[in-house]
Design a protein around this ligand. Structure first.
Ligand SMILES: [Zn+2]
Length: 233
């Protein structure tokens, strides 16, 4: 029975090869979306071990962050970049979940998640979400949630559309708000909570900054940040 199953399995994988989202190599039977080699060799930033790490420094003076870290480095040709591309542009949502799982498994023993109450994925601009069909940060967050047991509050932070929010603004305000602004939908839900903001890549930090400050407007909230990749520019 087992033999027949494996034979059938091999036949299927011949027709539809299962390839790793990070390196493109064939996956083994026990591997799912990201191969063991990628899991081992993807370079870790280990930013979570230092309070004054580059992600924290990027946000200094812009928003009050408790802890900040990035799983890996977003560099040209890197495996993590391939995984994020497969997630965002080829719609392989499970690659995001797997990435979130791998990342949190790497951070779990350090105590990075201790004291955090809930995860909020950085919302995608509504027009982009319509185009893509999903928000990549939701996928990553669900992987983190599986490992840590932390709840994901998907709809508690929303990104407003340009047209909806900017009609009554001055020209200057409109210019400074091109990326759209964020709104908390249920302030009571977040009050007194320590929120982990999750995103795929951090570059300038302006999106994270806007999200964090919107959450921090609510009494007794704290914000930490975890991104999958740090892109230096
Ligand atoms: Zn691989």
């Amino acid at each position: 029975m087992n033999y027949l199953y494996y034979l059938w399995d091999d036949f299927i994988s011949l027709l539809f090869p299962r390839l790793c989202c990070g390196c493109g190599n064939h996956l083994m039977r026990n591997e799912n979306l990201i191969c063991t080699e990628c899991f081992v060799v993807i370079p870790r930033t280990n930013f979570h071990l230092k309070n004054d790490n580059p992600v924290a420094q990027l946000l200094w003076g812009r928003c009050m962050i408790e802890k900040a870290s990035a799983f890996s480095f977003y560099t040209r040709g890197s495996r993590i970049r391939n995984i994020i591309h497969n997630l965002k542009y080829r719609g392989i949502k499970d690659a995001g979940t797997e990435l979130g799982r791998i990342c949190s498994l790497s951070l779990l023993s350090s105590g990075f998640f201790e004291g955090i109450d809930a995860i909020i994925p950085v919302p995608l601009h509504p027009s982009k979400k319509r185009q893509r069909g999903f928000n990549q940060s939701d996928c990553i967050s669900s992987g983190i949630s599986e490992v840590t047991g932390l709840p994901v509050l998907t709809d508690s932070l929303v990104r407003m559309t340009k047209t909806g929010t900017q009609t009554r603004k001055s020209r200057y305000e409109r210019w400074t708000n091109v990326e759209g602004i964020f709104r908390v939908t249920d302030q009571m839900l977040l009050r007194g909570r320590h929120i982990l903001l999750v995103d795929d890549v951090i570059t300038t930090g302006s999106t994270i900054e806007s999200c964090a400050n919107e959450i921090l407007n609510i009494e007794e909230t704290r914000v930490s940040v975890l991104v999958m990749a740090f892109a230096s520019f």
